[in-house]
Design a protein around this ligand. Structure first.
Ligand code: NAP
Length: 333
């Protein structure tokens, strides 16, 4: 299939490009910088340099496309939320307009699960849970999802919406906010860390995109998440241990909000557990823990050789599962 990917040089986008090319698809990727263009080219895809708010660039991108993946949607927090929202809204509007006259097989939107569903502390949530975005940033993002759903209803855009919670792997926010701060000894757990964090590895996440693109789930929304949520304190202590660091201390939520922003801290600390039955019914499976261990830098700071990393996976696989005891805890916040 000919696939156009926006945000092709990003954390999730570049892994999607890599997997699509490996699966035999012809990929054109929209990127903002020559450096990202080089990255996309190195995977065997064709980069197009430009802004998602430029209709001319989008027209070039979709010229041969049979499918589109839309990830050029910066998160509030990485940019000022008004700036992020402006890119998200105008970029998506232009992309929809550009796709309107095409006969696409599929269109996959990058959305997110955090801060979208109504729930009490520690509740299990799935796609049937009422949507009730409860932060300014998630309300903005939800409006994008709604514009995609409208296009599906009104003119048949074959759209699928994917909602991962926290995507981990070496790159992007996970490296900046977790691994790097832990390595430097300045990471702090917000509050007591007893709340659940819901994770999915970037390779698993990208595979969900590929399956959505190749399958027939138009008009549907999927939460893309590992089998079991884990409590933040357990997760961080596990990462610290694997990196040869002491368990980090904690910071009160009000202080964390000054650094990381109110929305981000609220979303992270409002305990919730996401289910993945719906996407698993589409033959998607997470491979979680092994991949995570491979990504954790060794105490020396490097990720080591491939052989060394492989041995660490084997050695740590068992102990990590039990020490994290994802499902053993029955306490609900
Ligand atoms: N990572 C997560 O944990 C997570 C969780 C849930 C949902 N999501 C959603 O998934 C999507 C992708 O996330 P990500 O982690 O891969 O983020 P990312 O690495 O920041 O990717 C966003 C991409 O958008 C591109 N972009 C930004 N402004 C643009 C513009 N004006 N024109 C063209 N491209 C533009 C960026 O290009 P440059 O790379 O050149 O800056 C980047 O490649 C986002 O919508 C995010 O909200 C992510």
């Amino acid at each position: 299939m000919h696939v156009f990917v926006t945000g092709a040089g990003g954390f999730i986008g570049s892994e999607i490009v890599r997997q699509l090319v490996a699966a035999g698809h012809n990929v054109v990727g929209l990127v903002l910088s020559p450096r990202k263009a080089e990255k996309v080219r190195s995977f065997g895809a064709i980069p197009i340099l430009g802004d998602v708010r430029d209709p001319t660039v989008l027209a070039r991108g979709v010229s041969a496309a049979e499918a589109v993946v839309h990830l050029a949607l910066p998160r509030a927090g990485e940019k000022r939320s008004e700036d992020a929202n402006e890119i998200n809204t105008r970029g998506t509007d232009f992309l929809l307009e550009t796709c309107r006259d095409l006969t696409l097989k599929s269109f996959v939107l990058a959305s997110g699960a955090g801060g979208i569903y109504r729930h009490g502390p520690g509740d299990w949530v799935d796609e049937s849970t009422p949507e009730d975005p409860w932060t300014p940033a998630t309300r903005d993002r939800f409006a994008i999802d709604e514009s995609i759903r409208r296009a599906h209803r009104e003119w048949g855009l074959p759209a699928t919406i994917l909602r991962p919670p926290v995507v981990y792997g070496v790159g992007s926010g996970f490296r900046d906010y977790f691994l790097d701060l832990l390595r430097r000894g300045i990471f702090r757990v917000v509050g007591d860390g007893a709340y659940y964090v819901n994770l999915v590895h970037v390779e698993d996440c990208a595979r969900a995109y590929r399956l959505a693109l190749e399958g027939s789930a138009a008009g549907d929304t999927f939460i893309v998440v590992d089998d079991e949520p884990v409590r933040m304190r357990e997760f961080i202590d596990f990462l610290a241990r694997e990196m040869g660091r002491r368990p980090p201390g904690q910071v009160p939520a009000f202080l964390a909000k000054l650094v990381a922003g109110r929305d981000a801290v609220n979303i992270l600390t409002r305990s919730v557990r996401f289910r993945n039955d719906k996407i698993k019914a589409r033959r998607w499976r997470p491979s979680a823990i092994r991949l995570m261990i491979r990504d954790v830098p060794s105490p020396s700071g490097s990720r080591g050789s491939v052989n060394c990393a492989a041995r660490r996976i084997v050695e740590l696989g068992q102990s990590s599962r039990s020490s994290l005891s994802f499902s053993a805890s029955s306490r609900v916040l």
